[in-house]
Design a binder for this molecule. Sequence first.
Ligand SMILES: NC(=O)c1ccc[n+]([C@@H]2O[C@H](COP(=O)([O-])OP(=O)(O)OC[C@H]3O[C@@H](n4cnc5c(N)ncnc54)[C@H](O)[C@@H]3O)[C@@H](O)[C@H]2O)c1
Ligand SMILES: [Zn+2]
Ligand SMILES: [Zn+2]
Length: 381
Amino acid sequence: MDAMDYRGPNRVRVARKPVPTIQHPQDAIVRVTRSCICGSDIHLYHGLVPDTRVGSTFGHEFCGVVEEVGAEVENLKPGDHVIVPFNIACGQCHFCQQGLFGNCHESNPMATAVGGIFGYSHTAGGHQGGQAQYARVPYADVGPVKIPDWMDLDDAVLLTDVVPTGYQAAEMAGIQKGDTVVIFGAGPIGIMAARSAWLFGAGRVIVVDHLDYRLEFVARFGPAEVYNFKEIDDMAVFMKRQTDGLGADVCIDAVGCEATGSALHTLLGIHLKLESGSALALHWAINSVKKGGVVSIVGVYGPTGNMIPVGNIVNKGLTIRANQASVKRHLPRLIEHVREGRIRPRELITHRFELRDISDAYRIFAGRLDNIIKPVLLPNG
Ligand SMILES: NC(=O)c1ccc[n+]([C@@H]2O[C@H](COP(=O)([O-])OP(=O)(O)OC[C@H]3O[C@@H](n4cnc5c(N)ncnc54)[C@H](O)[C@@H]3O)[C@@H](O)[C@H]2O)c1
Ligand SMILES: [Zn+2]
Ligand SMILES: [Zn+2]
């Protein structure tokens, strides 16, 4: 089959690889119909995620048709068209039992923090991803959800990560009715967080980025008030001015470890690797939220050290909530939101690529060229 193939930082290509086979009675093999490239893949592409091995296939956002199931799979049969959540979860362990599907204790033998994730380095279990014609899906009775007949495949594929992650960012923020919510990052995750903040009762939603085309999109799609950080001198002071001097009730970090905007963080975190990436957006979130407020982090950070203003967290009495999204837990409600038109995920998709153009797709997405917001791959045409 054709599959994306990682060759080292900034180098990906399409390669011929064997079609995956059932390795465990709870596996399924899926023929991929849609597969996205995510902002998280860009951290891999830039070589920022530890133990990203040459020869691996990325891709944690995919949907597809079940080709074959293992002997113990009961909920799926060949021909079912399924949404495959990005987390690989056993459904049985202490953490899965609490709905923490992103923290499954069984699906990632390499670490005890994050659970298994498709195509996301050996730090996240070494599972091959779905930027390929076929993918092996472990614990097939646990994660996948059948796509309802009425649902568009472009909506379905965004339910594997983008929509649930944005939604969980808003959920973790504990938004109270009328709250002012500030979101750093107007990528697909920040855009969905903005949309979701309203569903949780926000009174005001503000989004910060430096890419005007994304700010214009979220201004309409959120909707949201938008600000370009290039025009802001001091983020904390600016946000206080916007909020009667107190600060935002809630701040969401939807940027993660590749935040731009500070020469210091870029030097230390990206070039010298003295911290694991640049945590500038998280600094801004901590410093822009009011005393007693909540900071919700869905931006991805490496497992090693970051310079975080912990003194401000303590002295302001902040609550920090963070996680990989537990996709499966949110799907029933999110499918309803899509059906009722309260969320229209497919509007985020700006680009479509065939697998053979994977190298261009990564270059354009990583470079934020051509006003790209969300690219989708069509591995089987
Ligand atoms: N926790 C999870 O489950 C989960 C799931 C998916 C993605 N993620 C992470 O969420 C983050 C966003 O994902 P995405 O797909 O939207 O990525 P993206 O790269 O498309 O978007 C990130 C946006 O942040 C902007 N940005 C850069 N520096 C900034 C700053 N200092 N302040 C404000 N904005 C800034 C960029 O211009 C860009 O528009 C990534 O770190 C990704 O890895 C987490
Ligand atoms: Zn993703
Ligand atoms: Zn588990």
